[in-house]
Design a binder for this molecule. Sequence first.
Ligand code: F3S
Length: 642
Amino acid sequence: MGLTLTEKLIGQSLADGQMIRGQRIGIRAHQTLSHDVNGVMSYLVLEAMGLTRVKVELAVHYIDHNMIQADYKNSDDHRFLQDITAKLGVICSRPGSGICHQLHLEHWGVPGKTLIGADSHTVAAGGIGMFSVGVGGFDGAMTMAGEPLYLTMPKIVNVRLTGKLPPFVSAKNIILELLRRVSIQGGVGKVFEYTGPGIATLNVAERSTITNMGQETGATTSVFPSDENTRRWLRAYHREEQWVPLQADSDAVYDEVIEIDLSQLEPLIALPHQPDKVVPVREAAGVKVDQVMLGSCTNTSLQDVLSIAHMLGGKPIHRDVDAGLYPATRTVVRESIARGAHDKILSAGVRIFEPVCGGCNGCGFAPQSNGVSLRTTPRNFVGRSGTASDKVYLVAPETAAASALTGVITDPRDLKPTPFTYEMPAVFVDDRDMFQPPAAEPENIVIRRGPNLRPIPPMPALPDVTGGEVLVKVGDDITTDHICPAGALYLPIRSNIPELAKHAFKVVDDTFAERAAKAGGGLIVGGFNYGQGSSREQAVMVPRYLGVKAVIARSFARLHLANLVNWGLLPLTFVNGDDFDNISQGDWLTLDTAVLTEGQQIIVRNETKAVAIAVSSPLCQADLDSIKAGGRLNQVKAKNQN
Ligand code: F3S
């Protein structure tokens, strides 16, 4: 029986276990990726562990997420990151070089290797034939330390592409179509492996748009084969010698097959506030648009920027629209300037920002109150733009540019543009000098630490949970942004947990932090897919710091579940999902986790409503032991001391 590409890739980094679907496996990273938001925590963890040099083939750190320098905080963190990466043997991409995922594709991604990155969209590297997994800062640190990452051997879904995209229907619409079909939970426990004749029509940047946003399905990752298009990409970035051909065996066995005929796709749009609320653009046409944000790791390759310039066609954008572009990388900026695209975009009245995440995570381009914002980003969770009352729609660059011109949501084909064709440059401008290599003499590096950097608060071992008040009850698809807000106000205090804790659940309930502190902790109740979205572990550290002992939910998002284990906050799931309705905010629950073991049910008594509710933990015994120890950091520290 032949192997899928996924099995071949996992096989090359398998450190523990067997590749049997549903079983626990350990994989070791060849490469790691970190950035300024999650990376600070990673490096604080590595310091706490006493590591002096990373233990992977290649580690790259990117300063790209929050470039606002309205005071000392971000600048302090950037200096710390530049110093500590130099000391630990990590390559550092300084501010202004570009967004991590696109930069990694351009300069470092190698087909066949495994990349583990402290960011959920690390999966973008599947576009170049890597097995790439997003984790939180703690797991990022552990992988840099050479430890295996444990995950459940996923099911493998064959997404078979046929045909060719019609004009003005670009790659973003392929992943929007997949999200429309499978939903934001449809990828949980799965890898989407792309095959079929349609893949030959897509270059690496287009493939990466698809694998990047595949994260929004909850999938472990997505992957494309490494073929002649991959080779062309590597050649264009001066590293053809790193190419290897990779594909599934012809008799590979998949758990599921999804067919997408590219020629049948049309421009699609995700409505507020979830990436899977997808409809054809024509069904949303006519809605007044206040803001258009072009960019993010998902959609600002050179092809995207040239397509936007073509769509604008020298015309000015609508006077009521505020439009801005975040190009992906310095190389994209230089290449689009050389082709006159920047000039066309600027003269249309679009603001051009530096190549960073910026507006995508609320650090630079928030819309007005109640503003309708069309974005080429991968996410439209409530408030992520920085404006709590936002109405964010997700679209491809062509739809965004067409709508910027008309001032209303517009199918780009309705403007009857002349055809756009893109030929990837044979060679891109050589920008490899923008990376800072590790220090030759690390012992001489003095690490600069500003007052914004606080040590990780102690996370004591978790005593058996006997009960507590339900501090907050939330519904389905609660994101890490709900639990611990993103945005310009909060990201600069990402490494200051006591300060950040004051803003926990702010989007949902302004009084949460105060009530939790007053009660000395308690419990959280959630619906399906609790902790969806980013890999931000502060969404665990903050409730934990406030004394929360357990989260009882209908189900958990994969990355968040891993973070709960890492930082010692107990996840429990309802045995009977309908029992979710038997608990209200403010109820008093009693339980006894002393008897909790893998697969074992225990009873939660709702004393307020006088009902008994069966729960269990989705964790294996090793992870339950980590929870009792107060998280994996405590275990690693204890191991190092012995
Ligand atoms: Fe950055 Fe947004 Fe991508 S925060 S990594 S551009 S999803």
